[in-house]
Design a binder for this molecule. Structure first.
Ligand code: C2E
Ligand code: MG
Ligand code: MG
Ligand code: MG
Length: 291
């Protein structure tokens, strides 16, 4: 036995160690394998023109597939993956996924846009510029169909640096949106210094429509500011028809929210594009058949 017994014991303890290692797989490793498996996917929330009823595009929002089916929202994992730096990897895989999934539909409809959310750290390195080229150069989703969102919730580490990175992205044809306007650190100085193309007013102002005169005064001010600065204005988190009516009356064109649709899985969003296709929906079937 002697040696053989020792070998068997050693073998068993290696198996044991492996089992323990698997069990205690660190959170970083767990996220790495989830990225490799393709567990992080985009859902797409439609962006509508409330003046014309047309679909303008969507915002891609990250979801993580659950082992038993269903998905988790970003609240469950974004804070952690931001801390470990893995948010960059997830953003890249989300963008590649959206590029492949939306490519044919977007290539046929150049007016449609897709927005992605970035974190403040994305604006402190030119890496995001080369990433965008690597992912989207020659793709069916064109640079001028892409919007990158920077949130006002997180302070940008260096405004001057961010401005340079934003300008380089804009040179590629990409548009930049300031997200969650009214909630955070940036406020007026971000609008002044970053040169953004779009502002997305936070849901809290939409929530206050009809009840809080301070918020509605702020909406009016932001709409006017956007118009004066020639910045596209989007209202987020629109949930009721009363809110749509108010926003329309106050000069808002673009809105996003549950009143239209929640973030949708890819196939459903693609179906919606077909259904709302301005060409198909305006020409009666028998006319199209006669062409
Ligand atoms: P956000 O960019 O402001 O996205 C809008 C959030 O509001 C989304 O939540 C959306 O599902 C939700 N929403 C949209 N319409 C309504 C509405 O009518 N009512 C209510 N109550 N909520 C509405 P979600 O998908 O849970 O995302 C939360 C936040 O997580 C996002 O806020 C964004 O800051 C962040 N996030 C999402 N996807 C990504 C991503 O791929 N990368 C990064 N860095 N952040 C992401
Ligand atoms: Mg956003
Ligand atoms: Mg937002
Ligand atoms: Mg928001």
């Amino acid at each position: 036995w002697g040696n053989a017994g020792g070998a068997v014991l050693a073998f068993i303890s290696i198996l044991g160690a492996l089992a323990v290692a698997r069990h205690t797989e660190g959170p970083v490793r767990a996220i790495e394998s989830a990225i490799r498996r393709g567990d992080f996917i985009p859902y797409y929330q439609p962006l509508m023109c409330i003046r014309t009823g047309r679909l303008l595009g969507c915002e891609a929002l990250v979801r993580r597939k659950r082992p038993g089916g269903g998905v988790d929202g970003p609240g469950a994992f974004i804070p952690m993956v931001e801390a470990t730096g893995q948010i960059f990897e997830i953003t890249r895989s989300m963008m590649a996924h959206a590029r492949d999934e939306l490519g044919p539909a977007y290539n046929a409809r150049p007016h449609l846009k897709v927005s992605f959310n970035l974190v403040a750290d994305h604006f402190s390195s030119l890496k995001i510029v080369s990433d965008m080229k690597e992912i989207f150069e020659g793709a069916q989703v064109k640079m001028d169909q892409i919007v990158l969102e920077v949130t006002e919730r997180q302070p940008l580490p260096n405004l001057g640096e961010a401005r340079v990175i934003i300008a380089k992205l804009q040179e590629l044809g990409i548009r930049i949106a300031l997200d969650d306007v009214g909630t955070g650190h940036g406020g007026m100085s971000y609008l002044l210094k970053l040169g953004v193309d779009q502002m997305k007013m936070d849901k809290m102002f939409v929530d206050a429509i009809g009840s809080d005169r301070y918020s509605t005064a702020i909406i009016d001010t932001l709409v006017k500011l956007a118009a004066d600065l020639n910045i596209e204005f989007v209202a987020e988190g629109v949930e009721t028809f009363e809110q749509i009516a108010y926003l329309k009356e106050h000069g808002v064109d673009a809105a996003q929210g549950y009143v239209f649709a929640p973030p949708l899985p890819g196939p459903l969003y693609l179906e919606l594009i077909q259904t709302l296709d301005p060409i198909k929906s305006r020409v009666p079937e028998r006319v199209r058949k006669a062409i």
